[in-house]
Design a protein around this ligand. Structure first.
Ligand code: MG
Length: 228
């Protein structure tokens, strides 16, 4: 019996991935790390710490020091805020999906690796009445980050849910892996530049090209899962 939908935020509720990608690219270029913009879509969901170490190892053959990690992640967050605010862009179709999910009587929980201070206020501005501040997992709550199942397991725990009582909506391959590793039916919406194949290979149970497409199919999806 499906009781809840666990929503990832960047690339699902917000069209914010271009901002994150640009911010990462700018900050890492600044310390001599060469990277392609598309590769950051593959890293989406990792902790900042693990993304920085991956790039440092490739470029300099060593982990970053804790001081470097702290400074770079702070700069990246700052750069993202500069690029993103004041006009955060809600993802087209997300409101439609949320309306249907609410009408079906399902709980809405956010599970994100992001951690800006004013996150809930922003969400409440664009999606008023759809979310509960106490039903959110953010960067401040997790230790491992995606693709570890931890963030989605914490989401289940907050909602007092079993894995078979929820579905996950994700856009990122590592997020899909995390949802599946937590034992949850995971829907991918491909809102970025990566081929669908990468989302299927990450274990997605279904792949939709957009939130609009998911909105069109979500009622039948929930009904069919309720019959299982
Ligand atoms: Mg995402």
């Amino acid at each position: 019996m499906i009781k809840a939908v666990l929503f990832d935020m960047d690339g699902v509720l917000y069209d914010s991935m271009p901002g994150h990608v640009q911010a990462w690219h700018d900050i890492m270029s600044g310390v001599g790390v060469e990277s392609s913009k598309d590769e950051y879509y593959l890293y989406e969901g990792r902790t900042g710490h693990s993304t920085i170490n991956l790039l440092f190892n490739r470029t300099f053959g060593r982990d970053a020091t804790p001081e470097e990690i702290k400074a770079l992640y702070a700069k990246k967050t700052q750069r993202f805020v500069e690029l993103e605010y004041p006009e955060s862009k809600p993802m087209p179709g997300a409101l439609e999906v949320l309306g249907k999910v609410k009408a079906l009587g399902l709980q809405r929980i956010i599970v994100t690796g992001s951690g800006q201070q004013s996150l809930f206020e922003k969400i409440e501005t664009h999606y008023p009445g759809f979310f509960d501040k106490n039903l959110m997992i953010t960067a401040y709550d997790v230790k491992y980050g995606k693709p570890h199942p931890e963030p989605y397991l914490m989401g289940l725990k907050k909602g007092n849910l079993q894995p078979e009582e929820a579905i996950v909506v994700e856009n990122a391959p590592l997020g899909v892996e995390s949802g599946r590793a937590a034992g949850i039916y995971t829907v991918a919406v491909n809102t970025g530049p990566l081929p669908d194949k990468i989302l299927w290979e990450a274990g997605a149970n279904a792949v939709y090209p957009s939130l609009h497409a998911l909105a069109e199919h979500i009622e039948e999806l929930i009904v069919s899962l309720r019959k299982l």
